[in-house]
Design a protein around this ligand. Structure first.
Ligand code: ZN
Length: 308
């Protein structure tokens, strides 16, 4: 990939994406995100791309990617182009890291997890690294690499959550670009990939809102094109727990695709007619494309689902 980014010659039109981590099958929360980003792209006659976030090897389950692809197909969410597998693009992340290093923005951090817990300060999105290793000039070998962030405040108008801002140093802190085990961090890979895939709008869960500021900062530093953002409410169970793989949310069944799609359309505020539940997957998705209105998505942080 070439740096810096110099224009959008061949990338006219809307380009959205869905980027699952193959650590397990899709659950209803991930289907909701996939469906919203799919309909948002298709209604605008745009392209919908798939990215497999498979860098975090210890978390990857051997059979998960195949299952995710089958789940998407069964739910009528068909993607354009071959999926972009992050593990196939390590040179892109190396190149981005080299550019940041050349700008003098990278330093090695030797802090252990216990030290981080002790030193870090509370921020709006979790613990904030206090910059302990910033001036130490430690050798990079075998250590985590962090990006030095300025005191600048970044602001966005999020299409789903409205105006948002974070002060980089105080509220987010110097963050990890490459872990001590050599694995590239989510923020770096995601910023590079949005550019590489020419993404014009990112539609994803509001749990990733704080990541947006890390990624925006990286995009500015690497001179990558910045997409617009729409963060969706998260699905929670009746006990206010986010549906996630970590919470052992149940996998969506391919055989229940019509039911799952209808339920997601309802949760997304699209008011599907009751008869649609009995329609085929193709008919439901076609109805969704015709009637989709992102403005009707509830402007909340969470949506409660009862029994699944
Ligand atoms: Zn440190």
């Amino acid at each position: 990939m070439e740096f810096p980014f110099v224009g959008s010659s061949s990338q006219a039109g809307y380009r959205g994406r869905f980027a699952p981590t193959p650590s397990g099958p899709l659950h209803l929360g991930s289907l909701l995100t996939a469906l919203a980003s799919y309909l948002q792209a298709r209604q605008q006659k745009g392209r919908w791309l798939l990215r497999i976030d498979d860098l975090d090897r210890p978390r990857i389950a051997a059979d998960a990617e195949g299952r995710i692809l089958r789940q998407l197909e069964a739910h009528g969410l068909l993607w354009d182009d071959p999926p972009r597998r992050q593990s196939d693009h390590l040179p892109d992340y190396h190149a981005a890291l080299d550019r940041l290093r050349a700008q003098g923005l990278i330093y090695a951090c030797a802090c252990t997890r216990a030290q981080l817990m002790q030193q870090s300060l509370p921020g709006p999105d979790g613990l904030v690294y206090n910059g302990h290793c910033r001036g130490l000039g430690l050798p990079e070998e075998g250590l985590a690499l962090r990006l030095r962030v300025p005191t600048e405040r970044l602001q966005i108008i999020d299409a789903g959550q409205g105006g948002q801002s974070r002060q980089l140093e105080r509220e987010l802190g110097d963050f990890v670009l490459r872990r001590r085990d050599g694995i590239f961090g989510y923020q770096l890979a995601c910023a590079v990939d949005e550019h590489a895939q020419g993404i014009t709008e990112v539609v994803r869960g509001v749990d990733l809102l704080s990541s947006t500021f890390f990624q925006l900062h990286l995009m500015h530093r690497l001179r990558l094109r910045v997409p617009s953002y729409r963060h969706l409410p998260l699905l929670t169970d009746t006990g206010d727990r986010k549906l996630s793989k970590q919470n052992h949310a149940v996998a969506i069944e391919e055989s229940q695709a019509s039911h799952n799609l209808s339920l997601c359309l309802e949760l997304l505020g699209q008011n599907p007619p009751p008869a649609l539940k009995r329609a085929s997957v193709t008919e439901i998705v076609a109805w969704g494309i015709t009637h989709w209105s992102a403005e009707r998505i509830p402007k909340r942080h969470s949506l409660v689902v009862g029994s699944l």
